[in-house]
Design a protein around this ligand. Structure first.
Ligand code: ZN
Ligand code: ZN
Length: 646
């Protein structure tokens, strides 16, 4: 056989006979590598070690150290899970079983949901399958053979029927189990050592609500025990911080079956947080040269035909409503899924000159999107959302400075206010797009320059932009290391075109403005959900719904306690007096459960000396006696500065 030239990561070249497998290559390099080898990257494509290499290529043997190897292990783990399930539940139908972030899942068609006890048994069985160290064997089969192999698996047959005539069909077998799968896989089931099944949940076949409900088992797998332990600890932390649990415990919000899924009822304490966030962004908008506008929640649907959102995105909108009284029968209204088209109309309501630009319209507004009920999740994914929305209309020359100002707002309202670490990404022109290459060149350059001028490092998602313009996406990292979607700054060449927006240039001729969509907190639902989890419900004092709780030790100090509360209220603080006849310890314990930043205890000594005994959240039983005036000043200053204290 003729030799092939394989270039290794260190640049060295090996000549090996054509048809040499990844495993043979690893063995020829050294026994240590052969033992550690999990898969091989051939010209960027990850493959099984057992596959022959038939052409010159750049290759790299993957070991545990390579992040891509973890994905291969997790995919193999999904197969091992299915192997175990089939051994325990021979009649289980199989759907898909891919690797996902931090783990894997597999979907099964079974007559009843899996119980926690089932999961324990399955996990033990996976250990058995791993111990047997079955090799993962890849076979290329033709369609007839594939149909024969999966004759008892209707979901697999459905998938086979969809494969194009030229597609290579591959089957992977480990011991008694075989799966229709593209691979790649680790050499054998014995590579799975540190794993855990996490939970099971119903999932529609192919995510389609009209198809049958399957049972999805989620698991996680790692190469090292300490990585598995750290991950499980992180999950436990996340569970303790779950905003749906804290939202109930702290009485922040609820979602009622009567109102509908994804529609949030903000209780007084949650509403206070939402109002403070809206106010923070509105104050900043006004100070940054934005105008405030208000637009209605419903509109004739004609508006969205002009904007192009209909019929294209009809599935994401609520269906139309009948005409208003006295209007023609065929007029239809919709609740609005976005504010942009209405802001375009406000822009268009007047002749605009280049001297008027930029025009910055902002609105904290409710919009409604018909998200699939299965995707809804507490405050993080909702149907009724309140956006801190804004649209900037400017000339092409002004784009860079406007982006720069948006980045300033992000810096003030997200990074400095909450101490979040931010991650920036520019999404550039996609294949299908509106506007000339020249316009895109300029737009992308301006986004890049604005970030560079602020000294912000960023990544580029090549081709990730919308068809109507490039954008900057910003993620922020929470207290347990998770990244969340944050502010977005999106250029738009499309809506100005569709709404025929114009301004008169210095040349006295009409020109099209550029539109920038930007949201800082995004939706107040999601951002509040993120904050609840980030702070584990212990909000900084400026954002805490109740900032100070004043607790008289006995009835004799009730009047003094009310006096202290009055002084705090006069300073603009949110105070509550707990003068119930419960024991002091009981009342303090309750304040702790509600994560109140400050509790001011008033005993006889304090009442007589105009002081209070202060308990600061998170410092245990420690109490500090301080003059009432000093305390009022301390808290007021922290609120004023939006400090992250206490
Ligand atoms: Zn697979
Ligand atoms: Zn918009």
């Amino acid at each position: 056989m003729s030799p092939v030239r394989l270039t290794l990561p260190d640049g060295s070249v090996r000549e090996v006979p054509s048809g040499t497998t990844g495993r043979e290559l690893a063995e020829s390099i050294g026994p240590g590598l052969a033992k550690a080898a999990l898969a091989i990257r051939v010209d960027g494509q990850i493959r099984d070690l057992s596959r022959p290499i038939e052409a010159d290529a750049k290759v790299a043997i993957l070991t545990e150290k390579d992040p891509d190897a973890l994905e291969v292990l997790r995919h193999s783990s999904a197969h091992i899970l299915a192997t175990a399930v089939r051994e325990l539940f021979p009649g289980a139908g199989i759907g898909f079983g891919p690797p996902i972030e931090d783990g894997f899942y597999y979907d099964f068609d079974v007559p009843r949901p899996f119980t926690p006890e089932d999961l324990e048994r399955i996990e033990r069985q996976m250990g058995e399958v791993a111990k047997r160290d079955y090799p993962f064997v890849r076979e290329v089969v033709d369609r007839t053979e594939a149909n024969r192999r999966f004759a008892d698996d209707p979901l697999k047959l459905e998938r086979i029927a969809e494969l194009g005539p030229d597609e290579t069909i591959t089957v992977y077998t480990d011991g008694p189990f075989q799966d229709l799968c593209r691979g790649p896989h680790v050499p054998g089931t014995g590579r799975l050592k540190h794993f855990k099944l996490l939970h099971a949940a119903g999932a529609y076949w192919r995510g389609d609500e009209k198809r049958q409900m399957l049972q999805r088992i989620y698991g996680t797998a790692w190469f090292k025990k300490e990585d598995l332990d750290a991950y499980l600890h992180r999950l436990e932390e996340a569970r303790k911080r779950d905003h749906r649990v804290l939202g109930k415990q702290l009485d922040l919000f609820s979602i009622s079956e009567v109102v509908g899924p994804g529609l949030v009822l903000w209780h007084p304490r949650g509403a206070m947080i939402k109002w403070l966030l809206s106010r923070a962004v509105e104050d900043d908008n006004v100070a940054s040269g934005y105008d405030l506008v208000y637009t209605p929640n419903v509109t004739r649907e004609e508006l969205f035909f002009i904007s192009g959102h209909l019929p294209l995105y009809a599935a994401n909108q609520y269906p139309p409503m009948a005409a208003g009284a006295g209007e023609s029968e065929d007029t239809r209204y919709r609740v609005k899924p976005m504010n942009c088209p209405m802001h375009c109309l406000i822009y268009r309501s007047q002749q605009r000159s280049y001297r008027d630009l930029p025009i910055r319209l902002s609105e904290v507004a409710n919009v409604y999107r018909n998200e699939k009920s299965g995707t809804l999740h507490g405050l993080l994914r909702v149907r009724g959302l309140c956006m801190d929305d804004a649209h900037i209309f400017c000339t092409m020359e002004q784009v860079e400075d406007e982006i720069f100002l948006c980045l300033d707002q992000v810096d003030r309202l997200v990074r400095r206010t909450f101490g979040f670490e931010l991650d920036f990404e520019i999404s550039t022109r996609p294949e299908q797009r509106l506007g000339s290459d020249e316009v895109w060149d300029r737009a992308e350059a301006m986004l890049t320059r604005a970030l560079e001028r602020k000294g912000i490092p960023f990544r580029i998602a090549a081709g990730g932009g919308a068809f109507y313009g490039a954008k900057i996406d910003i993620e922020f990292k929470d207290a347990i290391g998770r990244f969340w979607q944050g502010p977005t700054i999106q250029l738009d060449f499309n809506l100005p075109e569709r709404f025929e927006l114009e301004y008169t240039g210095a040349d006295n001729r009409p020109h099209r403005p550029v539109m920038i969509h930007r949201a800082i907190y995004g939706t107040l639902e999601r951002f509040t959900g993120n904050l609840i989890e980030h702070f584990a419900g212990a909000f900084p004092v400026w954002l805490a719904p109740e900032q100070v709780r004043v607790i008289p030790i006995s009835d004799a100090q009730a009047e003094a306690a009310r006096g202290v509360a009055r002084r705090l209220k006069t300073a603009g603080l949110r105070v509550h007096v707990d003068d119930r006849t419960e024991t002091l310890n009981y009342r303090i314990r309750e304040g702790e459960m509600q994560k109140i930043p400050y509790m001011a205890v008033i005993g006889q000594r304090e009442a007589e000396s105009d002081t209070l005994a202060l308990r600061v959240r998170g410092t245990g039983k420690k109490q500090e006696v301080m003059p009432v005036d000093a305390f009022v000043n301390l808290v007021a200053a922290q609120v004023q500065a939006r400090a992250l204290a206490p």
